[in-house]
Design a protein around this ligand. Structure first.
Ligand SMILES: [Zn+2]
Ligand SMILES: [Zn+2]
Length: 147
């Protein structure tokens, strides 16, 4: 199917563990991406599996706290239950939302795994998505470490 014939992507709705924060957002693509960098793993407990979204609307936005994790990124979480919500890449104003806050059937499998050299041995994802090192990510997207 060519790009032109792709069905329009509908907004999806998700929420944090306690439900105080609800998100309605339109995925830019229906697949997810995984980041194994040490910062994402510290933040999530395991790789950050996220979906890039636009047209974002929050309910309960007063319960969203952002942590400025680097000069170029902030990470949002629910200030009641602590659920991770999004990675906000400031130079492009891109939001990557934690896939787990959305219904399981809303998204397709992993399209790309990044910072693969940081992945510990105790887990691995299914499928054969391309696996990029941090250096390869930088070369492809011009983005430095996960931040
Ligand atoms: Zn919550
Ligand atoms: Zn990362």
């Amino acid at each position: 199917m060519s790009e032109d014939n792709q069905p329009k992507i509908e907004p999806i709705e998700g929420h944090c563990l306690c439900g105080a924060v609800k998100v309605r957002a339109t995925p830019l693509r229906r697949h997810v991406d995984a980041c194994h960098c040490t910062m994402c793993r510290r933040w999530n407990g395991i790789a950050f599996v996220g979906v890039m979204c636009g047209e974002i609307a929050f309910e309960g936005e007063e319960h969203v706290t952002s942590y400025r994790s680097s000069d170029w990124a902030e990470r949002g979480f629910c200030n009641i239950c602590g659920s991770s919500l999004f990675y906000h890449y400031l130079p492009f104003d891109h939001y990557g939302f934690v896939a787990g806050i959305f219904p399981d059937d809303a998204l397709l499998p992993i399209a790309e795994e990044i910072f693969i050299e940081d992945k510990p041995a105790y887990y691995a994802f299914a499928g054969d998505a391309p696996k990029l090192t941090g250096a390869e990510v930088q070369a492809k997207y011009g983005i430095g470490d996960g931040g």
